[in-house]
Ligand binder design. Structure first.
Ligand SMILES: Cc1cc2nc3c(=O)[nH]c(=O)nc-3n(C[C@H](O)[C@H](O)[C@H](O)COP(=O)(O)OP(=O)(O)OC[C@H]3O[C@@H](n4cnc5c(N)ncnc54)[C@H](O)[C@@H]3O)c2cc1C
Length: 370
């Protein structure tokens, strides 16, 4: 790991690092310019986190007064130029596109080679990837190959005005502190960001950009890993919590697994997903995929109903960007009331079924629309 916080001396690398002092980047690294996003796609669709990052990259690039570029890899017939056009609409200026048979389906070796070669040739200042399974795997190997710093699972990205460095913020010490990490003596500065941490940008359909086609200098015989088949894991990712519009979430205040049924009943009427706090997952009341928070999923629904949840910081970091938070808690001093938009002091075990019943009654009175 080549990153260091600005308040610590970095062991080697040539830059002078100390809080409050001006930082001088080594001469050979000053040529690095531009903010890049690696576009992740699967089965013909770009992962939404890539668009969230293009939106964020646009803001960083505007303050650095440089370009936003995306890198996108795939097989000979994959619609990478279409993905590039979409990237332009979200704020990118340029797209580096690499078509090659060995890039059909993700494998670490060819993707690492493709991305490190592009970085060495075009020298971006900042490189962002989604903190997905693929993004985490690729970011680690690219950072290691390039001998640069990587800040994983960031919750905020900014530019430090003194050093022009990427100030990447992430939780630390079990979520009790937020630390800001800067890679001061190496380039590019790399970061991964979890899905839904950044807002989805609004596309501008008339925006255009430049597509640069590149070739991969690698053949199948160079690659140890072979992709024989793709077998979807039907048990995983069935719960699409990060992209749900409405989430009803429960905590220990619901007391037992049986009472979680009240949440599922309400979710069915609302067309919502069910979320939970970590202790409920640890107690085995719900699947781990439903955990919201620092060690669970980050969510940004239009409506988040929190029932029997105290609102600890580790839960808060995963849901505080929700448009509307409604909290139900028996304790008027529960921390969740500090950041909920609407608070109901009351017993969730009584309120949840009453809410479900009221919504059912309301729907029953609506005229039938086929
Ligand atoms: C490293 C680390 C990572 C963590 N990651 C996460 C994470 O990702 N997600 C997460 O959620 N937590 C996480 N935690 C745990 C977190 O610190 C809290 O312990 C947890 O969020 C609390 O869960 P809770 O609100 O369900 O339970 P509690 O804190 O026990 O709160 C229960 C609440 O229910 C209320 N209540 C009781 N009865 C009722 C009732 N009948 N009706 C309405 N309200 C009622 C109580 O007043 C109380 O406020 C993490 C902790 C650590 C150390």
């Amino acid at each position: 790991m080549k990153s260091s916080t600005a308040s610590h001396k970095q062991p080697s690398g040539g830059a002078i690092i100390a809080s409050g002092r001006h930082l001088e980047l080594p001469e050979h690294l000053k040529a690095y310019r531009g903010v890049w996003v690696f576009l992740e796609h699967d089965h013909g669709h770009v992962h939404s986190v890539s668009w969230e990052l293009v939106g964020e990259a646009r803001k960083l690039a505007d303050s650095l007064q440089c370009e936003v570029a995306v890198a996108v890899f795939g097989g000979p017939d994959e619609p990478l130029e279409q993905f590039a056009a979409e990237a332009f609409s979200f704020g990118a200026d340029k797209a580096y596109v690499v078509h090659d048979q060995v890039l059909l389906g993700y494998r670490n070796e060819p993707f690492t080679k493709g991305l490190t070669d592009l970085v060495n040739k075009y020298r971006p200042e900042i490189l962002l990837l989604g903190a997905t399974s693929m993004g985490r795997d690729l970011a680690g190997s690219v950072a290691t190959t390039l001998s640069t710093g990587l800040t994983a699972d960031c919750t905020g990205l900014n530019i430090d005005p003194t050093s022009r460095a990427l100030a990447a913020t992430r939780p630390t010490f079990g979520g009790s502190l937020l630390c800001t990490i800067m890679t001061l003596a190496y380039r590019p500065q790399m970061a991964t960001v979890r899905p839904r941490m950044m807002a989805m940008p609004q596309p501008k359909r008339n925006r255009c950009g430049e597509i640069v086609q590149e070739a991969l200098e690698m053949i199948e015989a160079d690659i140890v890993t072979k992709l024989l088949d793709f077998i979807a894991d039907t048990n995983s990712n069935q719960i699409n919590l990060p992209y749900a519009d409405v989430i009803v979430s429960g905590g220990k205040g619901l007391r037992n697994q049986e009472n979680f049924r009240l949440l599922f009943d309400l979710a069915r009427v609302l067309g919502a997903e069910v979320g939970a706090t970590r202790p409920c997952v640890q107690a085995g009341w719900v699947d781990a995929d439903r955990q919201v928070g620092q060690t669970g999923k980050t969510v940004r629904p239009k409506l988040y109903i929190a029932a029997g949840i105290s609102g600890a910081v580790q839960h808060r970091v995963g849901m505080e960007s929700s448009d509307l938070i409604v909290a139900i808690n028996t304790d008027p001093n529960a921390p969740i009331f500090d950041y909920a938009h609407y608070g109901i002091v009351g017993d969730a075990l009584q309120l949840l079924p009453a809410l479900t019943q009221a919504l059912n009654d309301h729907l029953a009175q609506q005229p039938y629309r086929p």
